[in-house]
Design a protein around this ligand. Structure first.
Ligand code: NDP
Ligand code: NDP
Length: 314
């Protein structure tokens, strides 16, 4: 127990996922102030914007926080340089090879965690020397694994394959779900969608409301030929779906996707033409709350569920 708390020096083993256009300094600092680990999602930030968000985060919290860096980001070298210059102590990398940056970051005293969606990549992360691994199931929003392995199936198998601490992600938005992934062998839980709808998230209010109104079955993994991504179904999604059903070539799909779709949807609030990245759990999220309210609910529910289950089978 307490492995994740000790690794990051935090009170609760709850990590807020780094999410483009949704997790700026306000969300990250609020989660850290509430005893979890907040992450700035740098994938949508130009280098100087990232620096600004790190500096604002440092002012807003004295607690540990981190930065999520998708390794396919175009200005990756500049991002890494800024993270080191600004003395950020925790980095979560994703969408790329963990061998590329882990050593460099660790040489600068940074705790490195990498996000994976299968066992093979988890083993590669461990070999690369990461301090912990996030295993993310198919329920998750945004970029998604091609194997389509669900969290329930993924976590026990990754757990068997690695010895470094394991953080579960995908499908977790409640205290009950945290208890479930802990039962499967995870020592920490990473939560994305539930934090998208908080007051402190930088997502557009239209997007927050769309997530709150979403029902079970309203998300789907799309664009499998490009980079699989779980989206809230809207007219942009329908257009992609029609093209895919017609057997469109990759170029046609990337032309339709164009540039800046995610910003249009999640940051500017264009619910028709934008890309709306969210997890399956959106079907169960029904209100906009502050981060503190979310954290309080998660902890209360977790404590109550483990107490209720503690008798075992009678
Ligand atoms: P806020 O998060 O309070 O954002 C306010 C700033 O965002 C203002 O400068 C505003 O520009 C700008 N902004 C508002 N709407 C849009 C939009 N639709 N597209 C682009 N920019 C917009 O302030 P911060 O100081 O925290 O943010 C600093 C910078 O970081 C901003 O440029 C913001 O765009 C960016 N940001 C990026 C995030 C990401 O995930 N990539 C998340 C949050 C912010 P104006 O004064 O012209 O209205
Ligand atoms: P697009 O190519 O469609 O558009 C680029 C977007 O990123 C624009 O909105 C642009 O803002 C912004 N941006 C921020 N920094 C840069 C930069 N250095 N060069 C170019 N554009 C930049 O990409 P996406 O919106 O689909 O994805 C943006 C980034 O987020 C990518 O790096 C991608 O890897 C990452 N990503 C990460 C995900 C995750 O799960 N962590 C999920 C999806 C994407 P502007 O419009 O103001 O120019």
């Amino acid at each position: 127990m307490d492995t994740i708390q000790r690794l990051f020096n935090i009170k609760y083993p709850i990590i807020q996922a780094g999410m483009i256009w949704c997790s700026g300094w306000e969300l990250a600092s609020a989660v850290s102030n509430a005893g979890g680990l907040g992450l700035i999602g740098s994938g949508s930030m130009y280098p100087e914007i990232l620096r600004e968000h790190i500096q604002k985060c440092k002012q807003a919290t004295s607690k540990p926080f981190g930065v999520n860096v998708p390794l396919l980001y175009p200005n990756i070298e500049e991002h890494i340089k800024i993270i080191i210059e600004e003395n950020v102590k925790i980095v979560f990398t994703s969408a790329g090879n963990p061998k590329t940056w882990t050593n460099h970051l660790k040489q600068h005293g940074i705790t490195v965690v990498h996000v994976v969606s299968n066992v093979k990549f988890a083993i590669k992360c461990q070999e690369a020397g990461v301090d912990a691994i996030v295993a993310e199931g198919f329920e998750a929003g945004g970029h998604n694994g091609r194997e389509e392995t669900t969290t329930l199936v993924l976590i026990p198998q990754v757990k068997k394959a690695i010895t470094v601490p394991l953080i579960a992600a995908g499908g977790i938005s409640t205290g009950k779900a945290i208890a479930a992934v802990f039962a499967l062998g995870a020592q920490g839980a990473q939560i994305g969608s539930r934090f998208v709808t908080t007051i402190e998230s930088s997502a557009h209010i239209n997007f927050k409301n769309a997530v709150v109104n979403a029902k079970e079955g309203d998300t789907q993994v799309s664009l499998k030929q490009l980079t699989p991504v779980r989206l809230l179904k809207n007219s942009f999604y329908q257009k992609v779906d029609e093209l895919e059903k017609k057997g469109a070539a990759i170029e046609e799909l990337s032309n339709l996707l164009g540039r800046g779709r995610a910003k249009k949807g999640m940051f500017e609030g264009n619910l028709e033409d934008g890309e709306l990245e969210i997890g399956q759990v959106s079907g169960g999220i029904d209100k906009i709350q502050t981060v503190q309210e979310v954290m309080d609910e998660l902890i209360l529910e977790y404590n109550s569920v483990i107490k209720n289950m503690s008798n075992g089978f009678l």
